[in-house]
Design a protein around this ligand. Structure first.
Ligand code: NAD
Length: 258
């Protein structure tokens, strides 16, 4: 255990699984109190239990980040108890499809979670960060925000918005001691990827897994603890000079795929 985040309260959406869970454990190991916000209460409680086994502290809130009223209520009840020093907008959902086979419902669903969810969280938390004149916001964008990925119309739309919301928030609150950055992972091996392969390519899962691994020039998918390490750095005071930045973490996907 180190004390880099001693006394800090870090709210992580989607901390019940994948990158969010790994980030929760990483920050908890470094002294943060983790506020787990997830739709899936069982997954959230499993993360809570692991954190408590580490001897660290966490609390759990079941919440659909797409629901503005629910988010306002949950954030208000958290702020009644303690500040939110770090907000990590991690929860997100995937969708496969091009412009023609993405329905209006698909588009709305992806928008509501990936874009409005991040808006809802930032909108509810920003006032308290302004009041305390400090805070860190870290958003999960994707390589899909910066380059054209096949069959990811709605998902790319949503992650492009996460990237530009990051720039906007960083700009508007720079004089309030609030930093806002995002990371853009390539493919990371999480339940997100496994579920998506299972759902969309049930008959050739292994083949698709290998193809997705090799699409990173480095030859594999990223690991959740590699994401957590970058997120932890960006949320720490070591990164005090970094705001309004997007960090690709993609095994060379964006710049070396030629
Ligand atoms: P995951 O599916 O493993 O976990 C997502 C978590 O978010 C789950 O616990 C889920 O219950 C929760 N969640 C989903 N919808 C929610 C909602 N409406 N309200 C509250 N919680 C909700 O995902 P992951 O792979 O760890 O991805 C995390 C983030 O990283 C996502 O934003 C994703 O778009 C982004 N990302 C992932 C990859 C990848 O390859 N895994 C690549 C680039 C970006």
């Amino acid at each position: 255990m180190s004390s880099k985040f001693e006394g800090k309260f870090a709210l992580i959406t989607g901390a019940g699984s994948g990158i969010g869970q790994s980030t929760a454990l990483k920050l908890a190991e470094q002294g943060a109190h983790i506020i787990i916000v997830d739709l899936d209460i069982e997954a959230a409680n499993a993360t809570l239990q692991t954190i408590e086994e580490l001897g660290a502290e966490a609390s759990v809130y079941q919440c659909n980040i797409a629901d503005n009223a629910q988010v306002s209520e949950v954030v208000a009840s958290i702020l009644d108890k303690h500040p939110i020093d770090i907000l990590i907008n991690n929860a997100g959902i995937a969708h496969v499809g091009n412009l023609e086979n993405t329905t209006e419902d698909d588009l709305d669903r992806i928008y509501n979670v990936n874009v409005k969810g991040a808006y809802n969280m930032m909108h509810s938390v920003i006032g308290s960060m302004k009041k305390q004149q400090s805070g860190v916001i870290l958003n999960l964008a994707s390589i899909a925000a910066s380059v054209g990925i096949e069959d990811r119309f709605a998902y790319s739309m949503s992650k492009g918005a996460v990237l530009t919301m990051t720039y906007s928030v960083a700009r508007d609150y720079i004089n309030d001691g609030i930093r806002c950055n995002c990371i853009s992972p390539g493919r990371v091996h999480t339940p997100f990827v496994d579920n998506f392969i299972e759902k969309n390519y049930p008959d050739n899962q292994e083949e698709v897994f290998t193809k997705l691994s090799k699409s990173q020039p480095i030859g594999r998918m990223g690991k959740v603890d590699e994401m957590a390490a970058l997120i932890s750095y960006l949320c720490s005071d070591d990164a005090a000079f970094i705001t309004g930045s997007n960090f690709p973490i993609d095994g060379g996907f964006v710049t070396l795929n030629n």
